[in-house]
Write a protein that binds this ligand. Sequence first.
Ligand SMILES: [Zn+2]
Length: 169
Amino acid sequence: MKILVVVDMQNDFIDGSLGTKEAKSILPFVKDKIEVFQKNKDQVIYTKDTHYENYLETPEGLKLPVKHCIKNTSGWEIPSSILLPNAKVFEKETFGSVHLIEYLKTQEFDELHFVGLCTDICVVSNVLLAKATFPTKRIVVDSKCCAGVTPKSHEEALNTMRMCQIDIL
Ligand SMILES: [Zn+2]
């Protein structure tokens, strides 16, 4: 049994306030990956970066003063083309999600796969949390289904994860 975690595939990170052409270009690959998991009856879960109107005054906002993923705005939403109905969605107010990890502890799985945005912030944060929590499980990152803030920081994050014995596809 495998679990796929789709990290922060939200409009603001794809083509909104923090969008990039690389993020847009991974959409079809993420869609295919989700369909494979769905067909095999493996679980797909999602995370959503979630901020509020006071974002610019938060610690994250002071370092990155670009409003994004404000709850209930269109930029906060995951495109319907890649959002499975009835899937579990974890809202998170920072990069790594402790709630996601707590939930994963209650699930049976042999492999944990990660895709999404951004490779160098929220993907790497959750992957390394998972690696520390589940040292005996295979943890996989599908690089063609991830994009970073820049192509360079994407590659650097993949390398960091590779060095931490994550399987990078
Ligand atoms: Zn954020």
